[in-house]
Design a protein around this ligand. Structure first.
Ligand SMILES: [Zn+2]
Length: 334
């Protein structure tokens, strides 16, 4: 063996070791990402394996979707005021967000889009009324992408279809009564609490356009064929959502809102109708938890039972705040 060939062999051996070391490091980082309570957007461990996704519920309809080194925020309502459970996301300290998808422009879906977009340069995607509001709230010029339904956006390894959906219906009287219930049961807000909550309430729009032209469903189709649909408000089925369901066929995961109505029998059929359209393998709820002073924590069992009856093949999964849920989306698995 010449000196040169020995050196080449040594280099090859060192390179193999290096590759093995890198793989071990990546695998351990992926394992950590599927355990850590620190959102990846906040600097938590990054999931890099293109054969997995991580979904982390961050209260209301907020989910963090991590895939192939990318962080997608689905809704951005993280600083929820002093009387709500914390989400673990401090908008001014977010370290990575590649895109922020906003289902609709009410404050409890977009209040923190601006500081995160400023910090990360993330694109903010939403209906025209949402993007108009996002700019007013301080999203930097050029970072908004308005979608009306029918568009497909491309990211590394994943295509995102937008469809025009419709917001849920909930009467002012029911909301006011829920507010009074909170005052009766927990006492009224202190002036400081009321002021903080009022400031958050202002970071959104109450335009009537939100209901019929401003609520968007997003479908993520990964390059492995794995499909995820996310809908942050559940109202009547629209032509746009029906067309999207036809295009997609059965999906792997459906996240659909189950919100507001304290009487389960009123909201169950509305959410169920949307779930049935998408025929998911796995269903996860959204917007079913407390917003102090407005919404109460809803038990998901009546909805899960209705899904079990209508779609016996669908697994229902109730996520916990901040806990990561990793899913194998690889071709081999599928
Ligand atoms: Zn809303």
């Amino acid at each position: 063996m010449t000196y040169r060939s020995k050196a080449v062999k040594l280099c090859a051996a060192a390179a193999l070791l290096l590759v093995a070391g890198t793989q071990t490091h990546a695998a351990s980082s992926d394992a950590e990402a599927c355990r850590s309570l620190v959102p990846t957007a906040m600097g938590g461990p990054m999931l890099r394996d293109a054969g997995k996704i991580m979904l982390r519920w961050l209260s209301t309809s907020n989910y963090e979707l991590v895939y192939h080194g990318q962080v997608f925020l689905l809704d951005a309502y993280f600083d929820r005021g002093p009387r709500n459970r914390p989400t673990g996301v401090v908008p001014s300290e977010v370290k990575q967000a590649d895109a922020i998808f906003i289902g609709h422009g009410h404050f409890d879906h977009m209040s923190d889009a601006a500081p995160i977009a400023q910090k990360t340069k993330a694109k903010v995607i939403g209906a025209p009324v949402t993007i108009e509001t996002a700019y007013k709230l301080g999203v930097p010029e050029g970072q908004g992408i308005a979608v009306a339904g029918g568009e497909t956006l491309k990211f590394k390894g994943v295509a995102v279809d937008a469809a025009l959906a419709r917001h849920s219906t909930l009467s002012r009287d029911v909301l006011d009564t829920l507010g009074r219930l909170y005052d009766l049961d927990a006492g009224p807000a202190t002036p400081e609490q009321a002021e903080a909550e009022k400031a958050i309430l202002a970071k959104g729009t109450s335009s009537p356009d939100v209901i019929t032209k401003g609520t968007i469903a997003y479908a993520f189709t990964f390059e492995t064929g794995f499909k995820l649909i996310w809908l942050d408000s559940a109202g009547p089925v629209t032509d746009g959502v029906r067309a999207l369901a036809q295009k997609l066929g059965p999906v792997d995961i459906a996240i659909v809102a189950y919100q507001g109505h304290p009487v389960a029998q009123v909201q169950v059929p509305v959410t169920l109708e949307l779930v049935k359209l998408f025929r998911p393998r796995i269903f996860m709820p959204a917007h079913h938890d407390q917003i102090f002073g407005t919404f109460v924590d809803l038990g998901v069992e009546p909805l899960f039972e209705a899904i079990a009856d209508a779609l016996p093949g669908t697994q229902t999964l109730a996520p916990l705040h901040q806990r990561p849920n990793c899913f194998d989306i690889s071709k081999k698995r599928r």
